[in-house]
Design a binder for this molecule. Structure first.
Ligand SMILES: *[C@@H]1O[C@H](CO)[C@@H](O)[C@H](O)[C@H]1NC(C)=O
Ligand SMILES: *[C@@H]1O[C@H](CO)[C@@H](O)[C@H](O)[C@H]1NC(C)=O
Ligand SMILES: *[C@@H]1O[C@H](CO)[C@@H](O)[C@H](O)[C@H]1NC(C)=O
Ligand SMILES: *[C@@H]1O[C@H](CO)[C@@H](O)[C@H](O)[C@H]1NC(C)=O
Ligand SMILES: *[C@@H]1O[C@H](CO)[C@@H](O)[C@H](O)[C@H]1NC(C)=O
Ligand SMILES: *[C@@H]1O[C@H](CO)[C@@H](O)[C@H](O)[C@H]1NC(C)=O
Ligand SMILES: *[C@@H]1O[C@H](CO)[C@@H](O)[C@H](O)[C@H]1NC(C)=O
Ligand SMILES: *[C@@H]1O[C@H](CO)[C@@H](O)[C@H](O)[C@H]1NC(C)=O
Ligand SMILES: *[C@@H]1O[C@H](CO)[C@@H](O)[C@H](O)[C@H]1NC(C)=O
Ligand SMILES: *[C@@H]1O[C@H](CO)[C@@H](O)[C@H](O)[C@H]1NC(C)=O
Ligand SMILES: *[C@@H]1O[C@H](CO)[C@@H](O)[C@H](O)[C@H]1NC(C)=O
Ligand SMILES: *[C@@H]1O[C@H](CO)[C@@H](O)[C@H](O)[C@H]1NC(C)=O
Length: 796
């Protein structure tokens, strides 16, 4: 392959461009396209992957009660109902709302894998009738008669709701109804939703209520009025581009381990963020990071339970602020006894908090308590916009393109039935679209591919209800000759690719597959992007990495593993050639359980490596990404630079160290693999003082790199050989010895780091830092884990 330099002129030609505006004011291509998605591996051939609520009798006229019709559309024919079904990979559907006002008198109850999508050009209004009765206008996870949630909040994946206005102003002000109730886990997003509530001290309304879960991404939301805009309790979440106006409290935290807020705008509220739950002596809040945000005309910016004098647990209520502008906010941070940081009374001249933190700070030189001003990160110019904030771009919905601009995969010969080899058909539609500057629309379905698919620069790809592109066959099954399933650009190619709403997956043993190989070089001013693109390795119908093949076997001596359960060499590779990539809400998951099973569903699938970034020029934005259960590492950044990430989340494989991370994938020096000891006889438990080596996967490795800035990280190790005691009771030892390695790297910072189950959080150039007991945080009955928190880690 000829390597050529990426010239701006070449790139601009290969970039997708806007144009061809729609003629009719509310025309939206998604509504206008023919809907021909299929449910592969499902039991019925007539399962509807597309449901327009008007086809089910909803009027959208603002007068008729549409609750029953909307719920009929959601519950029709085989969707996965709360209480009856815990999860599914064969019954995903889009429930579509054309523009209009839908009056509802009872909750819209959403089902598993059922996306609620409104017209993006003319977002529909969901209006609560004066006699509305129910917990929430959209109830994403209803409480059953038993009191438990309809879906386990930790297993509720793969769903989105977007393009709505939720109007609660017809309800009495004192009714404590919620706009959206959304306790969920990964691969979830809420986007482009406006909440209208009563204003003033009497209002008991809440916009968005998320009481439990392990998220998740929220973006482009606007809250008006209410007692709380957002009332949240969660393990981890990324919340970006959200505005609050006229709320009594904009954001209220019930509890958390690590939450990241970016570009939040609060105006005319009573309190901006109330993160004081549990108070100073029993804090329920572990870590909070807020950056690139503004608060105006609000008496108290942040209320915290943290008192440096007496707070327990020690790691509780760790807070990091960076680049926060205040305008007429007299108290910036209120502590339990006194003001912790003064704000400004000035109505026109803003005050900027460049850096401020409360918690523990670690550097290679040691640890210290921080309580006050901190040096802000040195931001590489390539990552920021003219206003100094980091670059951001919300998921494009292409709402100004007409239906004629889209090419359906199924209309171009692909079947999506999980059985037909769709390699050639998919390659053809991708080539045709790139040439004609059209957009590939992958209809709902599972597309089996047996050879590499090349995605040229200029491509735009979007999916319906998370279509799955699934690698299969011998071509991808040789780990000495790994091959990409999707190759985005060739080495040396430049331009832009935009990709949204797709799952990549595998079938059976695929020892040599690299699911996504990103080579494309994009200009920092016109980066490529991936939004709501997820990897799901095993655990789904048709994956043949299910209970029948890959049931867990704790206590059975390894390292010999089930050959048929070795799948995926590397989930995603951002190669040396790639630069200029934006990733938002991307979850690269190796399944730990089967999603279509009833009852005991734990499985073990061996996938070698998670996300490897080797981009020489760097310039990557990763907002709301998570990588879980890979054998050697979750994130590895090697020989790269200029990367901002927040919030990141990982989990170590549940079976480790039986076998340890040396098995089953051979060490590959050219990929910069970490090395692990071979130990075939014993399961070396990381008891205190017992072992001095690591046999578990790294959560995060940063090697030979520069300017890696992380805003929020939740890195978890819950098990030893499927046994969870190690994360509940440190007297029996830890689940893992070490978790994060930083080696030969400069300008690395991690804010708001929380971890579970590890003895040390950081190992920097061979030295262990951040001993768990120094930074231990919440131990709560309802969330009984040892969580360790570090407010700031910095290596200069
Ligand atoms: C499909 O039907 C078979 C046979 O009735 C049943 O065993 C299986 O669980 C069903 N699968 C799904 C996804 O409903
Ligand atoms: C759950 O299943 C029961 C029995 O099959 C059925 O009567 C009920 O309607 C189902 N509930 C939902 C919400 O689908
Ligand atoms: C609510 O009021 C509407 C008329 O405004 C009526 O059609 C509907 O049946 C009522 N619903 C309930 C649950 O009372
Ligand atoms: C809402 O009000 C009901 C009854 O008035 C009460 O049981 C419930 O706890 C309240 N919910 C919230 C979130 O305040
Ligand atoms: C932020 O969200 C608003 C909608 O609330 C949207 O119009 C705007 O484009 C978004 N901006 C960014 C930078 O994502
Ligand atoms: C903050 O929230 C807590 C409950 O989590 C509440 O007790 C406290 O009054 C709130 N503080 C303010 C200033 O609203
Ligand atoms: C914390 O302790 C110091 C020194 O004892 C004291 O000056 C300060 O007032 C205390 N702060 C609070 C918030 O209690
Ligand atoms: C806040 O300002 C007041 C009045 O100027 C001053 O007494 C107090 O020490 C300041 N508090 C902090 C935390 O700087
Ligand atoms: C451990 O097992 C592997 C694979 O079975 C084998 O190649 C290796 O020689 C064994 N090592 C030891 C130290 O026994
Ligand atoms: C350290 O990293 C730099 C790149 O940041 C690299 O040039 C150098 O070779 C590395 N040193 C070692 C000893 O690996
Ligand atoms: C899990 O580990 C704990 C502590 O090592 C041990 O007491 C317990 O028996 C183990 N549980 C199982 C199911 O093996
Ligand atoms: C710093 O580390 C030392 C040694 O592990 C420990 O005793 C101390 O409590 C730590 N301090 C903080 C603020 O975490």
């Amino acid at each position: 392959m000829r390597i050529f330099h990426c010239l701006a002129a070449v790139c601009s030609i290969a970039s997708p461009t806007l144009g061809w505006p729609s003629k009719h004011a509310c025309d939206y291509w998604l509504e206008d396209l023919p809907h021909q998605g299929v449910s592969a591996f499902g039991n019925t051939t007539d399962f509807l992957t597309w449901r327009n609520v008007k086809d089910f009798g909803a009027k959208g006229d603002g007068i008729s009660d549409d609750s029953a019709a909307i719920n009929r559309a959601i519950s029709f024919g085989g969707t996965c109902a709360p209480g009856n079904c815990s999860s599914t990979t064969t019954a995903g559907a889009t429930v579509y709302f054309p523009g209009g006002t839908y009056l509802v008198s009872s909750s819209i109850v959403d089902f598993y894998s059922t996306h609620l999508i409104g017209n993006a050009v003319c977002p529909p209004v969901l209006k609560a009738a004066h006699n509305f009765s129910g917990p929430a206008i959209i109830d994403g996870n209803p409480r059953l008669a038993s009191g438990s949630l309809g879906f386990s909040e930790l297993g509720l994946f793969f769903r989105q709701a977007r393009n709505f206005a939720i109007d609660m102003t017809e309800l009495p002000s004192h009714s404590n109804v919620t706009g959206i109730y959304w306790p969920t886990a990964q691969a979830h997003s809420l986007q482009n939703i406006r909440f209208d509530m009563h204003r003033g001290p009497d209002s008991r309304q809440t916009g968005l209520y998320i009481e439990v879960g392990a998220g998740g991404f929220l973006g482009d939301l606007a809250f008006h009025g209410g007692l709380y805009g957002l009332n949240i309790g969660n393990e981890h979440f990324t919340i970006r581009n959200v505005s609050f106006e006229g709320c009594s409290t904009a954001v209220h935290h019930l509890w958390d381990w690590g939450l990241t807020y970016q570009n939040i705008r609060i105006r005319d509220c009573g309190v901006g963020f109330n993160i004081s739950a549990g108070g100073g002596t029993d804090s329920n809040v572990a870590a909070v990071v807020i950056f690139d945000s503004e608060i105006a005309d609000t008496p108290v910016g942040i209320t915290s339970g943290r008192s440096m004098n007496y707070s327990t647990p020690k790691g509780g209520s760790s807070l990091v602020l960076e680049n926060i502008a205040l305008l007429n906010v007299p108290v910036a941070v209120q502590g339990p006894d006194a003001v912790a940081l003064n704000g400004t009374n000035h109505p026109r001249r803003s005050m900027v908090i460049d850096g401020w933190a409360q918690g523990t700070s670690y550097t290679p030189e040691g640890n210290q308590t921080v309580d006050g001003h901190t040096k802000p990160n040195l931001r590489p110019k390539s990552l920021v916009q003219a206003n100094g904030k980091y670059y951001e771009r919300s998921k494009p919905q292409f709402e100004h393109y007409p239906a004629a601009r889209f090419l359906s995969a199924r209309s171009h010969g692909a079947k999506g039935d999980g059985d037909t080899d769709d390699t050639i058909a998919l390659q053809n539609v991708i080539n045709k679209a790139a040439k004609a500057r059209k957009i590939v629309f992958i209809d709902a379905g599972v597309y089996k591919v047996t050879h590499t698919i090349y995605v040229p620069s200029g491509s735009i790809i979007t999916g319906e209800a998370f279509p799955v592109i699934m690698s299969a066959g011998e071509y991808f099954n040789d780990w000495s000759h790994p091959k990409p399933m999707l190759r985005l650009g060739r080495p040396g190619e430049c331009g832009q690719i935009l990709w949204t709403d797709t799952i990549v997956s595998t079938q059976g043993s695929q020892k040599g597959v690299i699911l996504i190989e990103w080579n494309l070089a994009s200009e920092p001013g016109a980066p490529s992007g991936m939004w709501d693109v997820h990897a799901r390795i095993g655990g789904s119908a048709g994956s043949e990495l299910e209970l029948a093949q890959c049931k867990v076997s704790p206590g059975v001596a390894k390292p010999l593993v089930d050959e048929e359960c070795i799948s995926t060499f590397l989930a995603m590779h951002v190669t040396k050639h790639a630069t200029g990539l934006y990733m938002e809400n991307v979850w690269l998951w190796t399944a730990d359980h089967e999603l279509d099973a009833v009852g005991a569903d734990s499985i073990t699938v061996y996938a070698g490596r998670g996300l490897l970034i080797e981009s020489e020029k760097g310039v990557l934005w990763l907002y709301g990404t998570a990588v879980e259960h890979y054998v050697k590492y979750q994130y590895q950044l090697a020989g790269t630079k200029d990367i901002v990430m927040g919030h990141i989340q990982t989990e170590t494989p549940y079976y480790q160290p039986n076998p340890g991370a040396a098995y089953p994938f051979p060490y590959v020096a050219s990929l910069g693999d970490p090395q692990f000891p071979l130990d075939n006889d014993t399961i070396p438990l990381p008891l205190p003082g017992n072992t001095d080596y690591i046999t578990d996967a790294w959560a995060l490795r940063i090697v030979n790199s520069e300017s890696i800035l992380v805003y929020g990280a939740s890195l978890y190790s819950f098990f030893v050989d499927q046994n969870i005691t190690c994360s509940l009771d440190s007297s029996v030892g830890y689940c893992q010895k070490r978790l994060t390695e930083v080696k030969n790297s400069t300008n690395v910072a991690v804010y708001g780091q929380d971890a579970v189950g590890t003895e040390y959080i950081y190992t920097v150039d061979g030295k262990d830092l951040a001993y768990f007991n120094d930074s231990y945080a919440n131990y709560l009955e309802e969330h009984p884990w040892y969580t360790y928190v570090v407010a700031v880690f910095r290596s200069e």
